[in-house]
Write a protein that binds this ligand. Structure first.
Ligand SMILES: *Cc1c(COP(=O)(O)O)cnc(C)c1O
Length: 363
């Protein structure tokens, strides 16, 4: 096998490290500790390494096997599990990570027992749901009671903070008001347990908006950042923030042309369903130049999420292993064996770095 072939994803580690340093600097200037989140790029150890070299002390991910791989690779640091644990993985949570985000007493009990067995003290951050409706306590009193219970009754769990997550399911924005709700909750807990919490964890990349605007509540001292470092794209594209001091081209997909032909734009014959059982609409634009790429949905998920360098081409669709591209108005002439380059958005990134068919090349 020629492992330098296509399709491939090229990862520019220097550009990534630059992003890490810039974002971390901004965090440090605002009294914020950052957890570098690696799940967006399938937890590749070299991604974790750039975070560490860029000054980040905590690596976070949703998947324990990624922590395992990073440790095996030799990255010794603090690991944070940012998806609330499954009860079936409690043993590995305690073994592999130092801190986990939590929202269920039953799991925390199991973590405590396991930590005792392993003679460890596992740290937890209690999650509150401020309206985005994914993980976390909805009932604030219940959360505060849980905090007191951990503090007073559990010997192998240390409560290190409270956190929240927004902008994931419910599309809720991390406004100054929202984050102040988190601060109030943190202060209510601190009052009950009589000490300061180490972490008031104010969210993910979307919370960087508060740093950029300079209105982050003072008590927020921790963020869990993936997209804004790896791609630095969403805050710019969705919310118009100036991200120009960050690289948005750390990752590039390259795919090879395997067919170039002139064909009708409307399928010919009796129309049934496509290979996924759907009935798409096709527009008849007459005969058009088009090509096929040797890459497909299996490798990147949704073809609409690919960002082409050649602005004249149009991705018409894709099956599992083929991408169909209209090149009638392309900026250049394509032939068999040509390489097409795409930039990546967050939804694509996790697929492209997880696909067995896609070579990962570090540049
Ligand atoms: C994925 C995730 C993050 C990181 O999100 P980004 O938008 O990539 O910064 C942070 N916290 C939690 C709980 C997550 O699941």
């Amino acid at each position: 096998m020629n492992n330098l072939g296509y399709p491939r994803v090229e990862i520019n580690l220097e550009k990534l490290k630059h992003n890490v340093m810039k974002v971390n600097e901004k965090c440090v200037d605002n009294g914020i500790t950052m957890t570098g989140v690696i799940k967006g790029a399938n937890g590749l150890p070299l991604i974790a390494k750039q975070y560490i070299e860029g000054g980040v002390k905590i690596i976070g991910t949703s998947r324990l096997d990624q922590v395992f791989n990073c440790k095996k690779f030799g990255i010794e640091t603090t690991y944070m599990l940012i998806r609330i644990p499954m009860i079936s993985e409690v043993k590995d949570v305690v073994e592999l990570t130092d801190i986990s985000l939590n929202s269920e007493v039953e799991i925390i009990k199991a973590l405590n027992m396991e930590a005792r067995r392993q003679d460890k003290k596992h740290k937890v951050i209690l999650m509150t749901d401020l309206g985005d409706l994914r993980e976390g306590y909805w009932d604030k009193e219940e959360l505060i009671k849980t905090a007191e219970w951990i503090e007073n009754d559990l010997h192998n769990i240390r409560l290190v903070g409270v956190g929240t997550n927004v902008g994931c399911y419910g599309s809720i924005l991390p406004t100054n008001n929202k984050l102040n709700e988190l601060v109030e909750l943190a202060e209510a807990i601190e009052e009950k347990i009589g000490r300061e919490l180490e972490f008031v964890s104010g969210g993910a990349t979307s919370s960087l908006m508060r740093l950029w605007d300079g209105d982050m509540p003072k008590r927020i001292n921790h963020l869990r950042l993936g997209e804004g470092v790896l791609l630095a794209r969403d805050l710019d594209v969705v919310y118009n923030y100036d991200m120009s001091n960050l690289n948005n081209d750390v990752f590039k997909i390259k795919a090879e042309v395997i067919e170039v032909k002139r064909k009708p734009s409307h399928p010919v014959g009796e129309v049934g369903v496509d290979c996924f059982g759907h009935r798409p609409e096709y527009i008849d634009r007459g005969m058009r130049d088009r090509m096929l790429l040797g890459i497909g949905r299996v490798d990147y998920g949704d073809p609409d999420e690919l960002i082409s360098k050649d602005k004249g081409i149009e991705i018409l669709g894709a099956s599992s292993d083929h991408t169909i591209v209209d090149i009638e108005d392309a900026e250049r002439k394509y032939k068999i064996g040509d390489i097409l380059e795409f930039e990546v958005c967050y939804a694509t990134l996790v697929y492209i770095t997880s696909s067995n068919n896609v070579k990962i090349i570090y540049v």
